[in-house]
Ligand binder design. Sequence first.
Ligand code: 2BA
Length: 109
Amino acid sequence: MKLLIAIVQDKDANRLSNEFIDHDIRATRLSTTGGFLKSGNTTYMIGLEDERVDEVLEMIKTASHTRQQFMTPPVNLDAQLDSTSAYPVEVQVGGATVFVLPVDQFHQF
Ligand code: 2BA
């Protein structure tokens, strides 16, 4: 058995949740925050049999899109600022970031 931890953009999450339901994939959906952009994203915890890992990776891949996002770097009030340092910078986000972990035991009590 494996545990997939998949971080996807909020905009892709509803479609992916529906895919999981349609294909009888059990998942837990968490509202999370990216450490860099400090904006919301969605993390799924998905416990599943080894044989279904590739199928679910393909679902995540299909549902997740790459997007350009702007972030404003934090302003350091102690530093001497040049005129460009507070301007937004463009960052590419996604598709999805996925970890595949082995599961020692699985219990439902
Ligand atoms: P964030 O941490 O908000 O990162 C959003 C995007 O900003 C990243 O997209 C990446 O393109 C860029 N980025 C992140 N850290 C950066 C840095 N130190 N310098 C320059 N650019 C940086 P993705 O790579 O697609 O990641 C999307 C989200 O997936 C991340 O949101 C984070 O929540 C999660 N993530 C990505 N890699 C991870 C990892 N190794 N461990 C845990 N979570 C991860």
